[in-house]
Design a protein around this ligand. Structure first.
Ligand code: FES
Ligand SMILES: [Fe+2]
Length: 367
């Protein structure tokens, strides 16, 4: 097992959780350059299905077009900027129509109709389609990149290559989604997910299932951080009753079967792989002091179709844990914004937070 160390680091100074300038830099250098975990293909079941992914002032519509292709566009009208889709997910007809002056776009982004614009000299509909956003698919998960010419997905998130091959990620389907509005800066939510130092005090039930010192970090530098935790019951799962809610995924080894695997994907989400289901948190930082977390519980469609399938124990377990965590994040956020607060020392159990901060600062400083 690798030695865990936080290298004597301290937490980030308070300005990182408060400053409008740092928030602006994060938007420019982190969120508009990174690959962002936005969803899963199973959410786009039919032509016209869509969901939104929102970061700061950016809103992106991810949809399946008439030919079955997944596409992403900025969620604004090219005329005067009006937001096109208001609901966080839903189904579009064959077109997207702006509610202001009725410019109408195809699901492929082309501008189809622009009333009265034919009177404008030189106006060419072909130049005013929706602005596309680059996307990449990894094992069923959809990642977006707001940069015009991003670094390739495989170069940035190379740690994911060949990882989790025994989990049928591309086949999974979400059986439940909960959206949380957390009153905390997004980095505190990443910090919180990245350690189990708080588990004995904050999550007594979770700590019984996976005693807090059972972490074995196998990725401890870079944009993907995390590792497995051995469960007290090697046949169990992370649920209220401690057992599985579905048969374990067929391809898992006995070792994989007895652990839960936790990873942060900088800067947009968490993957938690259980023997019988996969939990995904997507982080959508909306402001320096507010983060939306979209949480999905994914199961294999065969398990979902089986008689008596009941995911409730997994849903209740993580909903409880999530709410305990968000309360802690919000509370820590209140403290670190005080002008009197000064950075505290990380324990060795917080080595992943120190690694997150190193990577974050590196990204923030890149011009
Ligand atoms: S702003 Fe959309 S049609 Fe005018
Ligand atoms: Fe927690």
């Amino acid at each position: 097992m690798k030695l865990r160390t936080s290298h004597g680091q301290r937490t980030l100074p308070g300005e990182y959780f408060e400053s409008a300038e740092i928030w602006r830099l994060e938007q420019e250098r982190i969120f508009r350059r990174s690959w962002l975990l936005a969803g899963h293909v199973s959410e786009l079941t039919e032509h016209g299905s869509y969901f939104l992914h929102e970061i700061g002032n950016d809103s992106v519509v991810v949809l399946r077009d008439g030919a079955g292709k997944v596409r992403a566009f900025h969620n604004f009208c090219r005329h005067r900027g009006t937001r096109l889709c208001a609901e966080s997910r839903g189904r579009l007809d064959n077109t997207i129509r702006c509610s202001y002056h009725a410019w109408t776009y195809g699901l492929d982004g082309t501008l189809r109709g622009a009333p009265n614009m034919q009177e404008v000299a030189g106006f060419d509909k072909a130049s005013w389609g929706l602005k596309p956003v680059v996307l990449s698919e990894w094992r069923g998960f959809i990642f977006l990149n707001l940069a015009a010419d991003p670094r390739p997905f495989d170069e940035t998130l190379h740690a994911l290559a060949g990882k989790f091959e025994h989990w049928p990620l591309s086949k999974l389907t979400s059986v439940h989604q909960t959206v949380y509005d957390v009153e905390a800066n997004w980095k505190l939510i990443f910090h919180n997910y990245s350690e189990c130092y708080h588990c004995p005090t904050a999550h007594p039930h979770l700590n019984k299932l996976t005693p807090y010192r059972n972490t074995e970090n196998d990725l401890d530098e870079g944009p993907v951080l995390g590792g497995p935790m051995a469960m007290s019951n090697p046949q169990g799962s992370m649920t209220m009753h401690g057992g599985c809610c579905a048969p374990p995924f067929a391809g898992l080894t006995a070792g994989e079967r007895s652990r839960v695997y936790y990873y942060t994907l900088f800067p947009s989400g968490f993957l938690s792989l259980h023997p019988d289901y996969v939990l995904v948190h997507r982080a959508q930082p909306l402001a320096v002091d507010r983060t939306r977390i979209v949480c999905d519980w994914y199961f294999h469609p065969d398990a979902v179709a089986a008689p008596g399938f009941d995911p409730q124990s997994a849903i209740a377990f993580w909903d409880l844990t999530n709410r305990q965590d968000w309360a802690l994040c919000a509370n820590a956020f209140r403290g670190v914004r005080s002008p009197a607060w000064e950075p505290g020392p990380y324990s060795e159990l917080e080595s992943q937070l120190a690694a997150f901060d190193r990577h974050y600062l590196q990204m923030l400083k890149k011009t």
